[in-house]
Design a protein around this ligand. Structure first.
Ligand code: PEP
Ligand code: MG
Length: 544
């Protein structure tokens, strides 16, 4: 907290909460090198060969840097994160991309930097247009690589966030995969972004590391000056730049209150969460790696409600074989060996593309081969997972979640496969449940539940499909409201249809304290949330 009130006029900025909490510090403006490099100029025909050589050198340099980065992340952090950067190496060396840049230099007589900017932008747009939701992450990857190449051409040796001072408030248009790695290594106090929806890379990441974050702040880089003291109240989706003395005092009091509430919640987090009426509501965690599972256990998770197994597939050149998958899943679940664990079958397609399945071309991927539909189209992928999960069922209290179920047949087919394997191996059958993520599933639970041992509402996709609003698309964010009355109406209908069923919610809706009592009234008995949110959600249960 600043000691002295600023003599500048305070500016209040508002947006939408992406990740809860309060934080304050000096603003660190993170400008994209693509918007400000002096690497953009025209060249003479005689310079073409030199310019192409500079480009080739930059590609090699970026590949080397990425390799060092990926190796160090793999040692220090998580293999699934490093795989993103190994995939970037393949992409930056892709022949069609590099030859298009060389052609641009030669034919348009522009510098390597200009050619990279133009060609990579073209590819970014192509991904955005052609593949819609699927391309969102790919487009981000291309953008990220263009930035690296131009940085390398300009002789910029380090990622700008390498110099992010501790306890800064990060101000950025948006966050890309490489940014999140650097953020994970520093302790930013908070972040203000212009773009980034509730289901975006940035959102999941911010919640996972507990970084208070507001998105949708218009012209944020113009609104804040470098070094300006900034208060961020993500819970109120509001930030104050150059606050006056009174605003700082109010913020300080709010911050202290929040710390007290958190300490109180943390103290009780290891105890079960009972409502005022004495009903036990289980608070589980959504995880992708062992570190998160450990954090979930430390924060008092009653189980792992959603293990997103996609992480074991992303960034690989080929799908993992049974032994590799077994090792990955085992390592992730190990810290929760004493608890119930719910592993979701691979949920790819649309916003979760697989690098080795590029050939899948669909006009409307979000409505195409997603989740279980994809697995039915690639039965070997499904079979490997079922083999692995059946083995692990002997060691863990394991449950299998089937993603993107629409029809009873989606469940029946998985059950049949499991039953066949069990009878061939003498292994015991794990419990198998439905992810309720489409309006069709929510409205046909009596039929679906005949084939499911449990039901878990994935409200992120349920909202996307109910409101026909792409969860990754900032342009339709006003339509994506997972706490809308319509979503609760679907839950109410489900509760009326199956009054004795115990529902779980594992979408982001479950992690926001203000929804907890409403969800419980709809028959929800399990909430599965990002690990840092568990104490607050348990507290909200107690207060409901
Ligand atoms: C959901 O859709 O709500 C969900 C939990 O799954 P994911 O966010 O991984 O699609
Ligand atoms: Mg989903």
């Amino acid at each position: 907290m600043q000691d002295k009130a600023s003599d500048k006029t305070a500016v209040t900025l508002s947006g939408r909460m992406l990740s809860p909490g309060l934080g304050s510090g000096k603003a660190f403006l993170y400008r994209d090198i693509l918007g400000r490099s002096d690497e953009f100029y025209d060249i003479e025909e005689t310079d073409v060969i030199d310019e192409i050589a500079r480009f080739t050198k930059a590609v090699n340099k970026v590949s080397d840097d990425l390799k060092v980065l990926a190796d160090s992340i793999s040692n220090e952090m998580d293999d699934s994160l490093s795989d993103v950067f190994y995939a970037h190496i393949t992409m930056v060396q892709d022949n069609s991309l590099t030859s298009e840049v060389e052609k641009e230099i030669k034919e348009e007589l522009v510098s390597a930097g200009t050619a990279v900017k133009t060609v990579f932008r073209r590819w970014e747009r192509r991904f955005q247009r052609m593949e819609m939701e699927i391309a969102k992450h790919k487009a981000d990857d291309v953008h990220d690589l263009a930035r690296r190449l131009i940085g390398s051409l300009a002789g910029v040796r380090f990622h700008a966030l390498e110099s992010l001072p501790e306890d800064s408030v990060l101000i950025a248009r948006r966050l890309l995969p490489s940014d999140t790695i650097f953020l994970a290594r520093r302790n930013a106090a908070a972040a203000l972004l212009e773009y980034g929806g509730a289901g975006s890379h940035a959102a999941l990441f911010a919640r996972e590391i507990g970084l208070p974050c507001i998105t949708g702040v218009a012209n944020v880089l113009e609104a804040v000056t470098e070094g300006a003291f900034t208060l961020v109240n993500a819970d109120a989706a509001e930030a104050i730049v150059d606050p006056d003395q009174r605003q700082q005092q109010v913020f300080k009091a709010q911050y202290e209150q929040l710390q007290q509430d958190y300490q109180k919640a943390r103290k009780c987090a290891l105890k079960p969460a009972l409502t005022g009426a004495g009903q036990h509501i289980k608070v589980y965690a959504n995880v992708v790696c062992a570190e998160e599972t450990q954090q979930a256990v430390d924060n008092g998770a009653d189980g792992i409600g959603l293990y997103r197994i996609e992480q074991a597939y992303l960034g690989r050149q080929t799908p993992p074989d049974a032994a590799t998958l077994m090792q990955e899943v085992h390592t992730t679940l190990e810290p929760a060996k004493h608890l119930p664990v719910y592993v979701r079958l691979l949920d790819v397609g649309a916003d979760k593309p697989l690098p080795f399945m590029e050939s899948l071309r669909e006009t409307n991927p979000a409505l195409g081969l997603r989740g279980i539909r994809f697995l039915h189209a690639y039965p070997d992928l499904l079979q490997t997972q079922l083999d692995v999960l059946l083995q692990l069922n002997a060691e863990f209290d394991l449950h299998i979640l089937v993603p993107m179920v629409t029809l009873p047949e989606d469940m029946q087919s998985v059950r049949k496969l499991l039953a066949q394997q069990v009878s061939a191996t003498q292994l015991s059958l794990p419990k198998i449940g439905t992810m309720v993520e489409t309006p069709a599933a929510a409205l046909s639970l009596p039929e679906l539940s005949r084939h499911a041992d449990f039901l878990s509402f994935g409200t992120n996709d349920l909202t996307q499909y109910t409101f026909a609003a792409d969860r990754e698309n900032a342009d339709v964010e006003q339509y994506f409201n997972d706490a809308h009355e319509v979503i609760f109406r679907l839950l109410d209908i489900a509760h009326k249809d199956l009054p004795d069923a115990q529902f779980s919610v594992c979408g982001e809706l479950a992690g926001r304290a203000e929804n907890v009592s409403r969800l419980i009234k709809c028959g929800v008995t399990t909430l599965s949330v990002a690990p840092p949110l568990i104490p607050a959600v348990k507290q909200a249960v107690r207060e409901s």
